[in-house]
Write a protein that binds this ligand. Sequence first.
Ligand code: ARG
Length: 461
Amino acid sequence: MTEHSLWGGRFSAPTAEMMRRYNDSFAVDRRLAGFDIAGSIAWASALLQANLIDANEHEQLIQGLNMVRAEFAEDRFVALSTDEDIHTAVERRLFELIGEPALKLHTGRSRNDQVATDFKLFCIGAARTLCERILQLQLALVDQADQHSATVMPGYTHLQRAQPITFGHWCLAYVEMLERDHQRLEDAIARTRSLPLGAGALAGNSLGVERELLTETLDEFDAVSLNSLDAVADRDFVAELLFASALIGVHLSRLAEDLIVYSSAEFGFIELADEYSTGSSIMPQKKNPDSMELLRGKSGRLIGNLVSLLTTLKGLPLTYNKDMQEDKEPLFDSVDTLDLGLQVAAAAVLTLRARPERMRAALDDTILATDLADAFVRLGTPFREAHAKVGRLVQRSEQLGVGLRELPLAEYQAVEPALDTNVYAIFDVDRSVARKTSLGGTAPERVAEQVARWRDLLGEA
Ligand code: ARG
């Protein structure tokens, strides 16, 4: 056989050309090159320790692997059509560079434990990058919250005006969500850190390679996986990262939707910077919130990628099955989608302009109906009754076509005789938010405290 192949001895016919194209994964998994080589360097040391290679062979393997690593890093690796996957390609090139010792590298190892190791390393690195991107978005939101801790706007339920809140409080709601995303990624990283290498194809290795030593070289791992079958069959770490990514996508889509609505002429609460908007080819006046629409839209593929992987894994018998080669594309896509998406989100949030005057203009008297009911409660009315009475006042104001504050005192006294002109003091949105001082409430002083807490926590005091 002229070509360097990892298998073939028992075959008498070559792989069909279309089967080769169907089977090959190099175009996708070449992204794992650096991790594959790091795993091989660790493996070579384990082989030396187990006396399966001598010091000279070890030296050559390390030098050769470093050369292959440089070829990939400097984008001068020349792929051949026979490079079935990244593992094949690295070994083929290593053999070309150093000859005989390369033939010993795969001793006691399988592509099954190798690919699980490579992919775990990739996932750990990708999750860390996403954590960093999340942090930048959180900081952008905290920055806006800091400027707008006392900027009053309508808060919504059912997208109907509900109660006054501050724009800063709205910003910090997303910071909380993103913090849970960050924690989910950290949790996923912690569970990914058990090393599959040395599990062999599925049953373990019989050549005396000590797996514990491998974690010293591959220090991303803090333990070895303790069941060789599970080690090569497990893709939970991919599923977890895809779930964390899907949920980040869902959070970004909600942030985006709020900002799309808020940037419409009807609301006008915010304006996105030109840099994160686009225009129309026909309507000269248009400034569209495309950055936000893409964040909202791309949540679809993030969810799809999770479903794709779970569907692939469902019902797979132990241990490795080639179905599992389908694990990489969805993961790469989700990570790439979020890597850029989170950066765009951070920049768009940082540069958006809040319009406090428009927010204030959207605050009508009825948004203070709950405050009015609370005033009745302070006079001793049970809340359920207060709710009904204020409901009648809202109805009256609609019938008369006036705001609640224009309703004559007689109307108020008709439902609640104990009321006097002090009731009109309720119609003050600043006072309304200032009173929401419960922990986690929207009062500007609470929001300012939370801004300080986040700055501290996120490391930007
Ligand atoms: N390219 C393969 C994958 O990504 C590597 C593992 C191949 N293992 C095997 N037994 N054919 O899953």
